[in-house]
Design a binder for this molecule. Structure first.
Ligand code: F6P
Length: 369
């Protein structure tokens, strides 16, 4: 493939933040500057380039060595992010006064051209990478980098941010064990993960949980109660239940807080629902702890830092090689490139026959199925 002429690239971070975003930004910036390219960071997802009027001091931040110095270990994103205002489904008022979703991706592509941007590194989850894929189809040179604490992206073994979320959830559940045991209570811990159970599964097994509820395996409250009673009979008078926010009972629905035009639905309340049901079914004192956004904050683990730096550098190599419409993916021991189309086609759920599920079952952990 002939090497393209690149003078200036842009980086954006979209959707919910995840530990490791700043490490990717640093790696992309340094690797690009080393090739003599200019680098611009787009503020707040695509807003900095799409809605420049919102930014009196400029929606594009020139990224220099100084700007990205000492950020590898920082959580959040120096560019800002948003999960509102998806340009493919932009909330717009129709002539009838009603709001509907409009595809404004052509305007976005024009904005890139106007700013003389030759390539984009789009760092995001399924939503942001779907937008990136559309931009690539419309002729923009785009490389995607898979970010999400949920680990629900296809075609990569892991996304950055996931390891930090699992490590922190594990540490929290470890702490909750001692207080649950001291009070002989049932402790329900709700973790994020959207429609996939990766965080609940990995953190639950790592912290010796007794019950793990994930969206992929609808739960039966009677099975949870049976597990609690079984533990009581052999003297373990406390029980640790880890609940993915997307968990649902057999024949029931996921707990949704809200649905808004132009953004993904918000989940929440699964842990509290399970806690109430457990208390009613067993009479045991039950408490619910929601870890929520704590899983997204803080410093990335060494694993996530390294993965993020590898992904960022690989994205720049891909641009240099003339690739577009692909996502950087981890395929141990290496990183490779997969079409964005394939990576965003469907969500990566926990396979029911994977060895992690089998390990949990072998250890006597209940999925309440
Ligand atoms: O996708 C990442 C994630 O943290 C999910 O686990 C969670 O459901 C969602 O984002 C929360 O998003 P918000 O930032 O809108 O609360």
């Amino acid at each position: 493939m002939p090497k393209p002429m690149i003078r200036k690239i842009a980086i954006n971070t979209g959707g919910g933040d995840a530990p490791g975003l700043n490490a990717v930004i640093r790696a992309v910036t340094i690797a690009a500057l080393n090739r003599g390219w200019e680098v611009a960071g787009i503020r707040d997802g695509y807003n900095g380039i799409f809605l420049p009027e919102r930014y009196p001091s400029g929606g594009l931040i020139p990224l220099t060595r100084e700007r990205v110095r000492g950020i590898t270990h920082l959580g959040g994103t120096i560019l800002g992010t948003t999960n509102r205002g998806n340009p493919l489904k932009y909330p717009t008022m129709g002539p009838d006064g009603k709001m509907y979703e409009k595809d404004r991706s052509d305007e976005l592509v024009d904005a890139f051209r106007l700013n003389r941007i030759d390539g984009l590194v789009a760092i995001g989850g399924d939503g942001s990478l779907t937008i990136a894929n559309e931009l690539a189809k419309k002729g923009l040179r785009v490389i995607g980098v898979p970010k999400t604490i949920d680990n629900d992206l296809e075609k990569t073994v892991i996304t950055f941010g996931f390891d930090t979320a699992v490590s922190f959830a594990t540490a929290c559940i470890d702490r909750l064990h001692s207080t649950a045991e001291a009070h002989q209570r049932v402790m329900v811990v709700e973790v994020m993960g959207r429609y996939a159970g990766w965080i609940a599964l990995n953190a639950g097994i790592s912290s010796d949980a007794d019950v793990i509820l994930i969206p992929e395996i609808p739960y039966n409250i009677r099975q949870i109660a049976a597990k609690i009673r079984e533990r009581d009979t052999y003297g373990a008078r406390f029980t640790m239940v880890v609940v993915a926010e997307g968990a649902k009972p057999v024949g029931g629905e996921i707990s949704v807080i809200s649905k808004e035009l132009g953004r993904a639905e918000r989940l929440g309340g699964a842990g509290e629902r399970v806690a109430q049901e457990i208390q009613e079914a067993t009479g045991k004192e039950t408490r619910c702890v929601v870890l929520g956004h704590l899983l997204r904050g803080g410093s990335p683990t060494a694993f996530d830092r390294l993965l993020s730096l590898r992904f960022g550098a690989a994205a720049v190599r891909a641009l240099e090689d003339g690739k577009s419409g692909v996502m950087v993916a981890l395929d141990p021991p290496t990183v490779r490139y997969v079409p964005l189309e394939q990576a965003t086609r469907r969500m990566k759920s926990v396979p029911l026959d994977c060895d992690t599920i089998l390990t949990a079952r072998d250890l006597g952990i209940s999925f309440a199925d």
